[in-house]
Design a protein around this ligand. Structure first.
Ligand SMILES: C[S@@+](CC[C@H](N)C(=O)[O-])C[C@H]1O[C@@H](n2cnc3c(N)ncnc32)[C@H](O)[C@@H]1O
Length: 213
């Protein structure tokens, strides 16, 4: 969901840097070959992820929720020369499309794929990350937050996706779905977190940008 007028959004997209050709094709293939293509972050958010990563120049990035690898490649654009991105997804059926585009990008040596449940692998990770992108199952966002804050390096940046959840986070009724309830608690926790400074942006479905302090 977008929170601004469609014409204004198109103006923003048309006045942002162009999407690389490989990502255009990955977006096309995602729409042809997957059941839920709208999970892809897409051109506008992709350029946002790319530029944040280029500003940080991270040595290590962690991504939770690879899907077809679109955001992985956007984030990897900013990696330092010897840098690495660890990306986790529990859907092994996506590996074929991920691998095809990771190889095509020539960044495959810098991309480390974990095909497993993020909740199981995160406690086993020992590295510190300069940039973490959280974009997997929303019902686990609070669990993920507890597991990933210790993995962030000092001044490390956490980007959390879909935090406005189509606007449902402002609903006041008591019969919300689980995801909405978790995201409400997640946003509250992020804004009060003693180790994080956060700004919530109404970009696409809501993106929170947090820095470890
Ligand atoms: C919204 S999509 C990610 C989109 C991707 N970041 C992009 O922008 O193209 C969420 C992904 O999280 C994965 N996922 C859901 N639950 C998971 C879990 N418990 N562990 C690992 N991956 C999970 C799904 O298989 C799906 O591919």
């Amino acid at each position: 969901m977008n929170f601004i007028d469609e014409k204004l959004l198109n103006y923003c997209i048309n006045h942002s840097s162009k999407e690389p050709e490989i990502l255009k094709e990955l977006n096309r293939q995602t729409h042809i070959r997957t059941l839920n293509p709208r999970m892809i972050c897409g051109k506008h958010q992709g350029r946002f992820l790319s530029i944040i990563s280029k500003i940080i120049r991270p040595k290590k990035i962690l991504e939770i929720g690879t899907f077809t690898g679109y955001s992985t490649l956007c984030l990897a654009e900013g990696l330092e020369k010897e840098g690495r991105i660890d990306t986790i997804d529990n859907n092994y059926e996506l590996k074929k499309i991920q691998n095809y585009f990771f190889n095509l990008s020539k960044l495959e040596d810098q991309i480390n794929q974990f095909t497993c449940d993020a909740i199981e692998i995160l406690p086993k990770l020992k590295d510190k990350y300069d940039l973490i992108f959280l974009d997997a199952d929303k019902k686990n966002y609070l669990n993920y937050l507890n597991l990933i804050v210790p993995l962030l390096s000092k001044k490390g940046v956490l980007i959390s996706d879909n935090v406005l959840w189509s606007g449902k986070v402002i609903s006041v009724n008591n019969n919300n779905d689980l995801e909405t309830e978790v995201l409400k608690k997640f946003n509250k926790k992020l804004s009060n977190h003693k180790n994080l400074e956060t700004v919530l942006l109404p970009v696409r479905d809501g993106i929170s940008l947090s820095m470890k302090i």
